[in-house]
Design a protein around this ligand. Sequence first.
Ligand SMILES: N[C@@H](CCC(=O)N[C@@H](CS)C(=O)NCC(=O)O)C(=O)O
Length: 203
Amino acid sequence: MSKPKLFGISGSRALRAIWGIEEVGIDYEHVPVTFGADSKEADYLTVNPNGRIPALIDGDLQLFESMAINLYLTRQYGGALYPQNTNDEATALQWSFWGITEFEPLQMQIVVQKLFTPEDRRNPKIVEGASKGLQRPLKVLDAVLENREWLIGEHFSVADLNVAAVMHLMKMIDFGYAEHSNVQRWADACYARPALARALAKS
Ligand SMILES: N[C@@H](CCC(=O)N[C@@H](CS)C(=O)NCC(=O)O)C(=O)O
């Protein structure tokens, strides 16, 4: 069988899945499709009809959505990165959905303002509102991490991977977690993982 193919450049949400595949440590082909014109080409649209990155092909499986890709990769190849019982598996799903529903939309408002909007057209109220809104999920995460190092069990798992991967964009806008020291400690530990460094080194 041919190697799994992972589509998408690291300077995008595809980083989440490149980090995931680097964590599981399998041999794979990286196809650096950008989120511009090449993600709208006919060939790529047969892989991800949404015209977005990342996407994965592994044997007969074609998959889009970064959280789903990481859940699949860790279940299939990740050993202890994937929860070993139904309760922990449900918790990993919970955190993955939480990341992209409770955190990402607010985070993206700030990212769009700070990274993609010319300075003279930025609206500080949007950044202020989203930053305030983020305090709610951050408080939740901080409380959960109060007496534990990782989101599930005693070691880094796909739950940490998916949530930290979603939150990774906050690093690019220097959004710190000063009031949420448990989040800061956990984020520092996640972002120190060699697999992330390898993922960031990809085009
Ligand atoms: N929910 C998707 C989001 C993917 C996504 O929006 N990717 C962006 C790059 S950061 C993209 O491909 N944008 C191209 C477009 O929207 O046309 C996931 O997590 O995989």
